[in-house]
Design a protein around this ligand. Structure first.
Ligand SMILES: *[C@@H]1O[C@H](CO)[C@@H](O)[C@H](O)[C@H]1NC(C)=O
Ligand SMILES: *[C@@H]1O[C@H](CO)[C@@H](O)[C@H](O)[C@H]1NC(C)=O
Ligand SMILES: *[C@@H]1O[C@H](CO)[C@@H](O)[C@H](O)[C@H]1NC(C)=O
Ligand SMILES: *[C@@H]1O[C@H](CO)[C@@H](O)[C@H](O)[C@H]1NC(C)=O
Ligand SMILES: *[C@@H]1O[C@H](CO)[C@@H](O)[C@H](O)[C@H]1NC(C)=O
Ligand SMILES: *[C@@H]1O[C@H](CO)[C@@H](O)[C@H](O)[C@H]1NC(C)=O
Ligand SMILES: *[C@@H]1O[C@H](CO)[C@@H](O)[C@H](O)[C@H]1NC(C)=O
Ligand SMILES: *[C@@H]1O[C@H](CO)[C@@H](O)[C@H](O)[C@H]1NC(C)=O
Ligand SMILES: *[C@@H]1O[C@H](CO)[C@@H](O)[C@H](O)[C@H]1NC(C)=O
Ligand SMILES: *[C@@H]1O[C@H](CO)[C@@H](O)[C@H](O)[C@H]1NC(C)=O
Length: 626
């Protein structure tokens, strides 16, 4: 706000434009000048007599909205002179040098900042305007714009659009929706749940399908929104025309910006961002593979590692990744001075408290880095280990307790990694049969969570998890501590819905055959009591539909992701009755389309799908035109 006077002088058209209202100038850390952008220095560097020609500016990556509250929502766009990303680094001096794309040189004085207006309305012709504003963006934040639309009504749909000041250069029209007020008696909401969208492994059809069906209110992404690898290291982008740029493992600020920007060219991802408010969290790959508080599997905190990785330290790489993430994602920074905090919660009417965790980057004890699996196995039951760090853990338990006390019907907990104990000795071997990078490597943290729920009789808990590239549906149980009957579900305290990947390949083998995948699923289901349904074959997502009576999870499998298409097979449906704290029996109605179901059967039906381009015959693992 204190820059408003200065800004006024600089604004191209004289409208009262604002720097600080573009949250990306204050993010990721407002009160640590060495980490943030100094608006004052950016202002000094700009040349007000050299404004941008509005016709040379482009809304390069559509629009997005996210983190809905009852009275506000985050809006996002990017308005830039080039679709390429900014090459500078924000330095300790508090601003980025300006990169001139024509001369490929860094210059010390830039043009005036880009000025953009935003409008929020109740109608799609933007006549009934309820909020608007004018903000600046610049190369320092990669020409991104992130604003908070305010003065909104609860559980209401809105439309929004950005316009370059004094021009008719407009962004695409976005649609969004606020959440109900915590005291509102909302009867139902729907959420599409995603994880693991890997660009060189396929098209993001899963994001587009709920847009085409208009079937949910909000989107939750549990992380691995991008992957840091070079295509050659992990991916077959060459064969489907999807090379993630820059085509190398990413380290610098430019690299992370470019990688997210490349992903954001996927038309179904753009469509989802344009139509639904997102509630995202990161997993490991937004920074690097198997990250924890102090490093990752690919980067040790050693001199060797530092030299190997082009002089980027673990900390610098994490800062680059985090800065790019906040610039590009429509996420609300709930604490302007804690640049790593994405754990937060949403009270959605009396119906649900949605609690989003960070079990990865914030303060996680050391994880499985592949060369230390035995060691992590040995310490996995150590009482001192935490996935979240004490600050986040305390907040988590407090939030769950308050949710129960306020009488919210459901507690939905978004966790990057799978919560339930899963014995995978069929592929991991008998020595180290668990995935120690999941909650299985942090048993004390899991016990503390379960003890809170059981000891205080807190029910109606639904864990959502991703990361695994497969589907796992379990009763939520404390194995070894509480009696549990796998047939009736008695003894459980909730359920877990683990979701498959948008495109990342099956963990038991890329391009695995349907028969082989179902063979493994049968083993997993049989050897894990609480695991009621498991599927390895399908890439996909699920929708979670919540009412006061029940929670319904609908899983969708995508027959193929090597082309852009809208095909999907409803592979399994689950019901959880309020107060039951377990999956409704018979689980999935006793029949699923794929995978392996405890006490039930798999019946593969052949579906016909009218794609608008001929009728397609969809059998499992097989597509033919009728
Ligand atoms: C604007 O960006 C879009 C998407 O990157 C691109 O297709 C289009 O050519 C750009 N237009 C101009 C004028 O640069
Ligand atoms: C899996 O399928 C993709 C896409 O068709 C192909 O590019 C890749 O080579 C296949 N990988 C293996 C290991 O067969
Ligand atoms: C930004 O940092 C990267 C390493 O992180 C370096 O390669 C690049 O040269 C830097 N750019 C500038 C303009 O200093
Ligand atoms: C990290 O250190 C371990 C133990 O010395 C080593 O086995 C591993 O290869 C190192 N990884 C990298 C990426 O340098
Ligand atoms: C995992 O399952 C195998 C096969 O049922 C069993 O032999 C082994 O004891 C199990 N391991 C654990 C840790 O439960
Ligand atoms: C967690 O609970 C299990 C089951 O009771 C127990 O075997 C394990 O020792 C506990 N671990 C910790 C650290 O509390
Ligand atoms: C899986 O395949 C193996 C090898 O063909 C076979 O021995 C086993 O019985 C199969 N398991 C199931 C559960 O179908
Ligand atoms: C799941 O529910 C949907 C919608 O009610 C239905 O179309 C589909 O056939 C069901 N799928 C299964 C496998 O039961
Ligand atoms: C589904 O189609 C496949 C051929 O793609 C055929 O082998 C199978 O018998 C069909 N199943 C049913 C239930 O019609
Ligand atoms: C329509 O389907 C045919 C195959 O039947 C395919 O060759 C063509 O590319 C499709 N067109 C579109 C626009 O998807």
């Amino acid at each position: 706000m204190k820059f408003q006077g200065l800004s006024l002088l600089l604004c191209v058209g004289g409208a009262s434009a604002n720097w600080a209202r573009n949250i990306n100038f204050r993010s990721p850390s407002e009160h640590h000048p060495a980490l943030g952008v100094s608006i004052h220095k950016v202002v000094k560097r700009t040349d007000p007599s050299s404004p941008w020609d509005p016709s040379k500016l482009n809304f390069t990556h559509g629009v997005a909205s996210g983190d809905p509250y009852p009275d506000s929502v985050i809006l996002w766009t990017r308005i830039a002179p080039s679709s390429d990303n900014d090459h500078s680094n924000v330095t300790v001096s508090g601003y980025a040098k300006l990169y001139n794309h024509d001369t490929e040189e860094y210059v010390s004085v830039s043009k005036a900042p880009v000025c953009v207006e935003y409008t929020v309305a109740t109608d799609d012709s933007c006549e009934d305007v309820v909020d608007s504003g004018t903000v600046y963006t610049s190369s320092d934040i990669d020409y991104t714009v992130k604003v908070e639309a305010k003065n909104l009504k609860p559980f209401t749909q809105y439309y929004y659009q950005f316009t370059v000041c004094n021009s008719d250069n407009k962004s695409p029209l976005g649609r969004t929706k606020t959440t109900p007020h915590a005291d509102d008696d909302v009867t139902k909401i729907g959420i599409a749940v995603y994880s693991c969208s890997n660009y060189p492994f396929g098209f993001f059809n899963a994001f587009g399908n709920p847009v085409r069906k208009d079937s949910v209110d909000y989107v939750v992404h549990l992380g691995d929104y991008i992957y840091e690898y070079a295509n050659g290291e992990y991916g077959w982008g060459q064969s489907i025309g999807r090379i993630p740029l820059p085509d190398k493992q990413i380290y610098s600020l430019y690299d992370y910006r470019k990688r997210i920007a490349t992903y954001r060219t996927d038309l179904d991802l753009v469509a989802s961002h344009q139509q639904f408010p997102w509630i995202p969290v990161w997993d490991d790959h937004e920074v690097a593979d198997n990250t924890y508080r102090d490093g990752s599997s690919e980067l040790n905190n050693t001199e060797d590692s530092f030299i190997h990785d082009g002089g980027v330290s673990v900390d610098q790489r994490k800062m680059n990744a985090v800065r790019a993430y906040f610039e590009w994602m429509p996420i609300r920074q709930v604490e302007m001075d804690d640049n790593l905090r994405i754990w937060r919660s949403f009270s959605i009417g009396k119906l649900v408290d949605l609690v989003m965790l960070d079990t990865r980057q914030y303060d996680r004890s050391i994880t499985d880095l592949y060369w230390n699996t035995e060691y992590i196995h040995a310490i996995s039951n150590d009482a001192g280990r935490s996935l979240m760090g004490s600050r986040q853990e305390n907040w988590f338990y407090d939030t769950i307790t308050k949710s129960s006390k306020r009488g919210a019907t459901w507690r939905v907990i978004g966790s990057q990694i799978v919560f339930s104990r899963i014995n995978e000795s069929i592929v991991f071997g008998d020595e180290d049969p668990l995935n120690y990078d999941s909650w299985d490597g942090y048993q004390a943290n899991r016990n503390r969570t379960l003890s809170l729920l059981y000891d205080n009789d807190i029910g109606n808990n639904i864990f959502l998890s991703g990361d695994s590239h497969a589907s796992w549906v379990s009763d939520l149980v404390w194995l070894g501590e509480k009696e549990y009957d796998k047939t009736t579900g008695e003894g459980a305290i909730g359920v877990e819905f683990g979701g498959s990947a948008v495109t990342s390949p099956c963990p038991y083998g890329a391009n695995i055959s349907l028969a082989q995948a179902n063979n493994y699923s049968t083993w997993l289901q049989t050897n894990n009591d609480e695991l009621q349904w498991q599927d390895l074959y399908y890439r996909g997502y699920y929708e979670l539909h919540l009412s006061h009576d029940s929670a319904e999870a609908r899983y969708f499998g995508l027959p193929t992701v090597v082309s852009r298409n809208s095909w999907e097979i409803p592979i399994a449906n689950f019901t959880v009755k309020s107060g039951a704290n377990k999956l409704q029996r018979p689980v999935a109605g006793g029949v699923v389309e794929s995978g392996s179901l405890k006490g039930g059967k798999v019946v593969q039906t052949n579906l016909t799908v009218d794609t608008g381009n001929g009728t397609w015959f969809v059998s499992h693992a097989n597509l033919e035109v009728l």
